[in-house]
Ligand binder design. Structure first.
Ligand code: F6R
Length: 605
């Protein structure tokens, strides 16, 4: 939530920062701003409510330039989206400029104290207190000032800080929010995420909590909070600059949906043979655990719901729970050193998932994460980490990372089952064969894109769309429903087919659409009973199925999936559902990559 970027170097900082903000817009997009240190010896600040395009328009009217600058794209927490609440924030004397990602929990107390000392606040944000406090403490030594400020702040922050007295120094510090430092031939960067700097460099440092980076045009130094210099490893990112571009697609979401066969292939390869993920899985002592808890948020949680069915069926493991991380963190979970806690997160920075991980570790549980972003907090702090090979995911609604999570979860379940003696070598090989066939089958669904688009164009008028499934198809229904509502703004809910009669059926009426998912051969008849029940109450039905023997009658529309082993069917159904949601939203002309009120990386509670 919120994206920050900073640059100091030999090129004009402003276009570099604006381009970087474009790559970070997925983190928040209700306002944006930039401060450049220009020839005037002061900060030139331009801030604008609205999308980044509004800031760009403003910059054409009020051009600014400089060799150092900081930029911000905002997802409002404290204070409505407005020009004045946009970042960067400056202290009263205009000496110190700050961009902030996170939440300062004790800002009220700090603000009140500063106000008593006649410091005037111009915004309603928590972030302004950082700039005001920095100016209050400033004694000519910027790093010392930053340390003093950091020691007073409670909450989470990633900060970029400049001072007019130090026109060649950009300082960064973070706690509980991500920040990377990029090193290029023409200058140095700070950024919330790698895609923001990829067009300039793939060499990055990952900042840890309370580490300070001091960036100059041609050097970067790191210090701990006691002002002692520290060394950090320079890492090479494998993502290509193209991976953060739309490459001709109208939206990142569509591009990312279409990338799924490759993502599945790369992720599967990483977890079989001598792949890196396979080595991590090998190290797990599965016999030590008597309980598995899978915890995550949003779509990542839904992939956990799928995994519960797979683990139960393949491993016959007695205790597997799936918990929303936001609930798990506060429930005083009954876990100990014999519990494996599996954390799933694309970003690796979701606040609730991080808190769940820390809570689990404090109780002695072993933590295994499934993460997409290298260097992220969850990947670094968990005991074991499996990386999804999805590449950067820019659209706010996850697609390819979800698919990659599923693939790793299937392979993890197989590994567990083998180690627990629940699978013969022969069955293991059969399952692996099924999994390696998934990318090819995903291609077959993508070939149906025109039909899905055509069907979706007839669905924009529905007020409610329900998703039903039984068993593992119910888990897929959860994801289908979330995808649709977040990008199309159509009300939607997911139900286990058997639950319909227990209340939900009262919502079914003329012009309701029910999307029925059916890949569990043995339950096909049951879900078709549900379909009949909703049709007789006026609903229209879309059936997504690989198990239907023949095309059902003309009352039912259908997306046919390739035949697939029941437990891995979510990987195929979900692609059809993603395309369906995408085209419903596209037909409504919505801003699909940046749905209202959402941000990709939920780094605050
Ligand atoms: C939905 C979506 C979100 C995320 C959730 C967790 O399309 O993307 O529900 O799945 O915010 O994010 P990560 O996976 O980064 O922890």
């Amino acid at each position: 939530m919120c994206g920050i970027i900073g640059y100091v170097g030999s090129k004009d900082a402003v276009p570099i920062i604006v381009n970087g903000l474009r790559k970070l817009e997925y983190r928040g997009y209700d306002s944006a701003g930039i401060a450049a240190f220009g020839k005037s010896g002061f900060f030139d600040v331009v801030k604008q409510k609205g999308r980044l395009a509004a800031l760009e328009a403003r910059l054409t009217d009020y051009p600014v330039e400089g060799f150092m600058g900081i930029g911000h794209t905002r997802w409002a927490t404290h204070g409505e989206p407005s020009d004045v609440n946009s970042h960067p924030h400056l202290g009263n004397q205009g000496k110190i400029a700050v961009v902030h990602n996170g939440i300062i929990e004790n800002y009220k107390q700090l603000k009140e104290r500063l106000e008593r000392k006649n410091v005037y606040f111009s915004s309603q944000t928590d972030s302004e207190v950082i700039a005001q406090l920095a100016e209050y403490y400033y004694n000519g030594d910027l790093m010392e000032t930053v340390i003093k400020v950091a020691n007073r702040l409670e909450g989470s922050y990633a900060l970029g800080i400049m001072c007019v007295d130090a026109p060649d120094i950009l300082i960064a510090i973070k706690k509980d929010n991500p920040l990377i430092i990029g090193i290029s031939e023409h200058g140095q960067f700070i950024a919330s995420d790698v895609p923001a700097v990829l067009e300039h460099t793939n060499k990055v440092y990952y900042l840890n909590d309370k580490e300070i980076a001091v960036l100059k045009k041609d050097s970067v130094q790191f210090f701990n909070i006691d002002k002692e210099m520290i060394k950090k490893p320079l890492e090479t990112v494998t993502w290509s600059p193209d991976s953060a571009e739309k490459c001709g697609y109208p939206h990142f979401m569509l591009k990312e949906i279409m990338e799924q066969p490759k993502v599945l292939r790369d992720t599967i390869n990483s977890a079989i043979g001598n792949g890196k993920n396979k080595n991590v899985m090998n190290k797990l002592d599965c016999s030590k655990f008597n309980k598995i808890v899978i915890t995550a948020c949003g779509s990542a949680y839904n992939s956990g719901v799928v995994a519960k069915y797979v683990f139960e069926r393949l491993c016959r493991f007695p205790s597997i729970e799936v918990e929303l991380a936001s609930e798990f963190r506060y429930k005083d979970a009954v876990i100990d050193e014999r519990t494996l806690v599996v954390l799933i997160s694309q970003s690796g920075e979701t606040a609730d998932t991080i808190a769940a991980m820390r809570e689990s570790k404090s109780k002695g549980a072993v933590t295994l994460s499934i993460v997409n972003v290298v260097g992220s907090t969850v990947s670094k702090e968990s005991d074991f980490c499996l990386f999804t090979a999805a590449g950067p995911e820019i659209a706010v609604a996850t697609t390819k990372a979800f698919s990659a999570q599923l693939a790793l979860l299937y392979l993890l379940a197989i590994q567990f089952a083998v180690k627990l003696g629940k699978l013969t070598q022969e069955s293991e090989q059969e399952l692996l064969k099924e999994i390696t066939a998934l990318p090819g089958k995903a291609d077959k669904i993508l070939e149906q894109i025109d039909d899905i688009q055509k069907y979706a164009s007839t669905c924009v008028g529905y007020k409610s769309i329900f998703f039903i499934g039984r068993n593992i198809d119910y888990a897929t229904a959860l994801e289908g429903s979330l995808k649709l509502k977040e990008i199309s703004y159509i009300h939607s809910e997911a139900y286990a087919g058997g639950e319909l009669k227990h209340g939900t059926i009262s919502l079914i009426e003329e012009d309701t659409l029910v999307v029925a998912i059916s890949n569990c051969e043995r339950l096909y008849g049951k879900i078709m009973n549900n379909v009949e029940q909703v049709i007789s109450r006026g609903a229209k039905v879309l059936l997504i199925s690989g198990s239907a023997e023949k095309t059902p009658d003309e009352r039912i529309s259908m997306i046919r999936l390739p035949a697939v082993f029941e437990l891995f069917a979510p990987s195929l159904s979900v692609i059809a559902l993603q395309l369906f949601s995408y085209y419903v939203a596209a037909n409504k002309g919505l801003d699909i990559d940046k749905p209202r009120n959402l941000a990709k990386s939920v780094t605050v509670e």
